[in-house]
Design a protein around this ligand. Structure first.
Ligand code: FAD
Ligand code: EPU
Length: 344
């Protein structure tokens, strides 16, 4: 296995930050990964997928392990489900397309999310009314400390909104090797996000009288995303930089009196009945940040939740901008924004 030194990681993060790693190694099989972990036990390490949810605020003094594990396998099928195992290094969107093309239903709303399959459980990726936890079956991961293999069920993963145990209690302790999804034979469509219905209608699919196919839903999601989110190939970004915050109902109602257009959604699930999720993009826009630019660090002109690198911004500059945004939202609305992107 080859370990590269003082290696540029600019092509490996969608923010396009020109950082360097003191050492960098790619692995395409589990044995190589185990050897890399064993031989570099005391070195600071991170695992990198597609680099689409990460901000390097500095050069990385340690070893970056780039995941190239490949393979998609249909494990079994029963009356209702297909059990499909995907290796962590498979790119996410082509995997979703593979499922859509084979009639494996459940991931279509998650079309066009960048990154690799192995990172999908990390923050329980979600979009347009679906999160991976809805179709997740289990995953297999290697414990970094002793290279043993462990299986995690859905309950073990402790999924929440943009959360899992791998971002909290077990942060930096495991490397996800593969994920098994339990996908439906008979689709259950999630069209409650208004924009999806609108987009389908625009394409001539009358949602009230016909049932769209999962391919049509996937294509509608792709069109919506292309119209809203910047393509990292054209402008550096990592999607939503912050999470949408949840606030108590009383605070929401008070804010709504002063700001009637503030979007809010009641949360469902255990222990959430007193909370409303509010749109961070709206809060940031209301503080005047939308389209803001300082040097090459900026806030996207069409989506205030997305911070962008116009070319030569450093990770530290993007981070400093996020700090200013957090402070201004806190001062104006009394709401503390939390970063979604992993800060290194
Ligand atoms: P990376 O950025 O490489 O890694 C993210 C974190 O996971 C890091 O901490 C890394 O160390 C860790 N990690 C990666 N792989 C593994 C592994 N195998 N085992 C253990 N740890 C690992 N996200 C959404 O949820 N919904 C969206 O709609 C969405 N839209 C986006 C749109 C754009 C334009 C962009 C740029 C990003 C968007 N994202 C979205 C964020 C991002 O695409 C997802 O979080 C994606 O799952 C990250 O995958 P990745 O392989 O790039 O992870
Ligand atoms: N809004 C504004 N101004 C803005 C941006 C948004 O007022 O600049 C308002 C919109 O008008 C809308 C509301 O905020 O009323 C929500 O906006 P949108 O539907 O664009 O979604 P979002 O909350 O900004 C979330 C996810 C996205 C996901 C979309 C679709 C988070 C942090 N972000 O964005 O996920 O794709 O919904 O489901 O939950 C990501 O995680 O990286 C990501 C892109």
């Amino acid at each position: 296995m080859q370990i590269k030194k003082n290696y540029s990681i600019q092509p490996y993060n969608t923010f396009g930050i020109a950082a360097r790693a003191s050492r960098f190694a790619a692995f395409g099989d589990v044995q190589t990964l185990a050897a890399l972990l064993r031989d570099n036990q005391h070195e600071h390490k991170i695992i990198l997928g597609g680099g689409s949810n990460i901000l390097f605020t500095n050069d990385f003094a340690g070893l970056i392990l780039k995941n190239n594990l490949k393979g998609i396998e249909l494990l079994r099928a029963d009356d209702q489900y297909y059990y499909l195992k995907v290796a962590a290094g498979e790119p996410w969107h082509p995997f979703v397309q593979y499922c859509v093309d084979h009639g494996y239903a459940g991931l279509e709303n998650l079309s066009l999310i960048p990154g690799l399959a192995g990172a999908s459980p990390m923050q329980n990726i979600g979009a347009y009314g679906v999160e991976i936890k809805d179709v997740f079956y289990q995953l297999e991961a290697m414990r970094i400390s002793d290279q043993t293999l462990h299986t995690f069920s859905r309950e073990d993963c402790q999924f929440g909104y943009r959360e899992s145990i791998f971002k909290t209690e077990l942060k930096g302790k495991y490397i996800i090797l593969n994920v098994t999804y339990r996908l439906l034979k008979k689709p259950i469509l999630h069209l409650e996000y208004g924009a999806i219905r609108e987009e389908l209608e625009k394409a001539g699919i009358a949602v009230n009288t016909t049932t769209p196919t999962i391919k049509e839903v996937s294509e509608a999601v792709i069109r919506i995303r292309r119209s809203k989110l910047p393509d990292p190939k054209q402008i550096g970004n990592a999607g939503s930089f912050f999470k949408n915050p949840s606030i108590p109902i009383a605070q929401f109602e008070k804010l709504k009196m002063e700001h009637p257009t503030l979007p809010g959604y009641p949360l469902t699930g255990i222990g959430s009945n007193e909370q409303i999720k509010v749109a961070a993009g709206w809060l940031i826009e209301a503080c005047g940040w939308k389209g803001y630019r300082d040097g090459d660090a900026g806030v996207h002109a069409r989506q205030a939740l997305v911070l962008v690198n116009y070319g030569h911004a450093t990770g530290a500059e993007i981070y400093a901008l996020s700090e200013r945004i957090i402070n201004s939202v806190e001062n104006k609305f009394g709401i503390a924004l939390e970063r979604e992107v992993n800060i290194i």
